[in-house]
Every structure is written in structure tokens, then in C-alpha cells.
Design a binder for this molecule. Structure first.
Ligand code: GDP
Length: 366
């Protein structure tokens, strides 16, 4: 019916007739992909063992998740992948920011992949929680590897304590190995505790150093040097070559002062340039030589066994800590106990005793 205001008696704009009310159902809705169903444990394991990288990534996401239901699946998947794991060379790579870790991993990675096999690059970056997102293991930092069909790059798990982050990386190693990755790099920033964590999950620990600061040895902690199976001095190119060689001599001399490592292997010091791809082959020859040497003398197995033991205790410690601090009673008591300690009403030891007694009391009641 024509609108009454369209009558000539009304001067003004024409009023158009309306249109039918559109359907409230979004016509594009049915074109959307159906919501993804979560794979079953067996589907995860099957996909991983077949080397399906998408399934592997999804499983790693579960490993990294803090949700108990995700953790439950992740743990089952890991357990079922265990028999397929272990057949890789695990290499820890550490160095201060700017030492050239990503540049080096990019060229090392391509070099080892030339020989065949598959490479996984993982990372442990305990600072990632603070910096909101990990910098390590970022694909954009390893441009060539990132697009290589035989590589898998995964940034550091983000949340949690160093122990928690490291455990997740260790579990990810198992999944990667089950997926057929026969070389695993674990990268970490060389600033302290994280080296110990990486050392506890790799076969070879590589420390990247820089020359030219004049005080090469002062900046690094003795403990970190003692962990290294190889020290490599990067940026030995251009006018920096002589300085790098000098630094190498200083490191070699310093290493002589340490007691001989349990492996029987004398850590080597090499110079190279990641950027210009100089001396990279020699680094891999060194790692190969080391691997043959420790497989021969039994240290390879011994170190892995020792690491398994270490991770059993680490996992127990982590779970006990979590269980304690997540306990409701403890959560309600902590602020008051802390206040009493700060105001010297209680000694630290008595406060701790009270809390522990309360915790164990709760456990008994459960
Ligand atoms: P990361 O923070 O340890 O990952 O270090 P990067 O790989 O990002 O390298 C830091 C800087 O050093 C970058 O600007 C690189 O281009 C440079 N760099 C890395 N390797 C070399 C090298 O072998 N020679 C020279 N001259 N520069 C390098």
C-alpha cells in the first residue's frame, strides 16, 4: 500500500515502501567450518608417530596448557610416545642476547638438514612471562629454517616457573622425537639458571660467546663454562677475526683450570661466523665427534639416565609445590603468616612449620 505521505497533499520527501524483515538466521553460518573435535589420545599418538606436524603442534599446545583436562591428555600422549622417543641428538645452545643464536641456529640448522633427517628447534625462556610472549624460538628470527619442510620451530612455553617451563620443553622433546625429529636444538638465553635446565635435557651443551669486549671471561659464570661441551666464538669475521682467536685462546686456557669432565671429553673452543657461514661445518664435526666418543665410552647413556632421574625429582618437587600453594587453607593462611614474619611476631621457621602442619593436617582429613 502506498504511504499516505506520498499523497500530493504532502510536500516533502517520498517515503519508500519497506522491505520484508530479513531472516534472523545468518545465511553464512552454515558455511563456517564445524568446530574442531579434539583428537583422542590414540589419534594424537598415531598422528605424531606418522610425523604429522599439525597433530604434533596440537599435542605440544596441550603439553603447554595449564588446564588439568589438557594436562591429563598430554600426559597420556607423552607416555604412549615414549617408546618411539630417544632417537635423536639433543643439543643445547646458549648465549647472551645478541650473541647470534638465531643467526647461528639458522645456518647450523640448514647445514645439518643437508645431511638428511629432521630438526626441531625448541626454546626455554623463563623471562617470557614477563615480556609477554617469548622471543626465543621465534620463527621470524630463523628465516631460512622457518620455511624448511623438515624443520619444526616452537617458541618457549610462556607461563610458569623456570622448572615448569623447562619440564614442558622436555616433554615436547619426547613428542618431537616420536614424530621422527632426529636432531633437537634447545635454545636459551645465557643469563643464569636456564642453562642448568637446558643442560639437564641435552646431550651436548654449546655455549656461544663473543670476542672483542676485552673481558671475555669476566662476564660468564664459572658454572656455565663448566657445563659447556663446546664453546664457540661467533662473529669471527672482518676485523674481528684476530680478537676472536685471542678470545678462543683465553677460553682454552681457562678450561684447563677446571677439573676434567666426567664424560672424558675435553671441551673444545672454536671460532666461526654465523652471519657469513664460516666455520659452521667444523662445529658440527665437533658435535659428531663428541657423540661417537660418548656413545663408545657409555657416557651418552649414563647422562640420559641421570637426566631422567633428575626430571623425576624435578616433577615431584613441582607437583608438591603446586599442591601446597594451591591448597585453599594455605592460601588463606599465607598473608597473615607473612605479616607475622615481617613484623617479627613469628620466626620464618615457625611460620613455615605452622603452614606445613596445616597442609599435612588437611591432607590427612581428605
Ligand atoms: P641472538 O639475540 O643471540 O639470537 O642474536 P642474533 O642472531 O639476533 O644476532 C644479533 C646481531 O648480531 C644481528 O644483528 C646479527 O646480524 C649479528 N650477527 C649474528 N651473527 C653474526 C656474525 O657471525 N658476524 C657478524 N658480524 N654479525 C653477526
Amino acid at each position: 500500500m502506498e504511504h499516505p505521505e506520498n499523497n500530493k497533499a504532502y510536500k516533502g520527501l517520498t517515503v519508500n515502501s519497506g522491505i520484508e524483515k530479513p531472516s534472523s538466521v545468518n545465511p553464512y553460518l552454515n558455511r563456517r567450518k564445524p568446530i574442531k573435535r579434539r583428537l583422542s589420545v590414540d589419534e594424537f599418538v598415531d598422528g605424531i608417530v606418522k610425523g604429522n606436524v599439525t597433530v604434533l603442534s596440537q599435542a605440544v599446545t596441550l603439553v603447554e596448557s595449564v588446564k588439568p583436562e589438557h594436562q591429563a591428555i598430554a600426559q597420556e600422549v607423552i607416555e604412549k610416545c615414549l617408546p618411539y622417543s630417544g632417537h635423536s641428538v639433543r643439543i643445547g645452545i646458549s648465549g647472551v642476547p645478541g650473541a647470534g643464536k638465531s643467526t647461528s641456529i639458522d645456518v647450523f640448522g640448514l647445514h645439518v638438514l643437508e645431511k638428511g633427517g629432521k630438526l626441531a628447534v625448541l626454546a626455554i625462556d623463563p623471562s617470557s612471562e614477563r615480556s609477554k610472549g617469548s622471543i626465543l624460538g621465534d620463527k621470524t628470527r630463523m628465516e631460512q629454517l622457518a620455511v624448511h619442510p623438515k624443520s619444526f620451530i616452537r617458541p618457549s612455553p610462556a607461563a610458569g616457573s623456570l622448572g615448569g617451563v623447562a619440564r614442558k620443553t622436555r616433554e615436547t622433546i619426547i613428542l618431537c622425537e616420536a614424530a621422527g625429529f632426529d636432531k633437537v636444538f634447545v635454545e636459551t638465553v645465557g643469563v643464569g639458571q636456564s642453562e642448568t635446565a637446558v643442560h639437564s635435557m641435552v646431550d651436548f651443551f654449546l655455549l656461544i660467546q663473543l670476542a672483542g669486549t676485552g673481558d671475555e671471561l669476566q662476564g660468564i659464570k664459572r658454572g656455565i663454562m663448566e657445563m659447556a661441551d663446546g664453546i664457540i666464538i661467533n662473529k669471527a669475521d672482518g676485523t674481528n677475526i684476530d680478537k676472536a682467536k685471542l678470545a678462543a685462546t683465553q677460553f682454552r686456557n681457562a678450561l684447563h683450570l677446571f677439573p676434567a669432565p666426567e664424560s672424558g671429553w675435553i671441551p673444545q673452543v672454536l671460532t666461526y661466523s654465523g652471519f657469513y657461514n664460516l666455520g659452521v661445518k667444523e662445529i658440527w664435526d665437533m658435535i659428531d665427534e663428541y657423540t661417537s666418543f660418548v656413545k663408545e665410552n657409555g657416557y651418552f647413556e649414563a647422562r640420559r639416565n641421570e637426566q631422567s632421574k633428575y626430571w623425576m625429582y624435578e616433577t615431584i618437587n613441582e607437583h608438591l609445590r603446586d599442591s601446597f600453594y594451591n591448597n585453599e587453607k594455605i592460601k588463606s593462611m599465607l598473608p597473615e603468616k607473612e605479616r607475622q614474619v615481617l613484623s617479627s611476631d613469628l620466626t620464618s621457621f615457625i611460620a613455615a612449620r605452622n603452614l606445613l602442619d596445616a597442609y599435612f593436617g588437611e591432607l590427612k582429613r581428605d
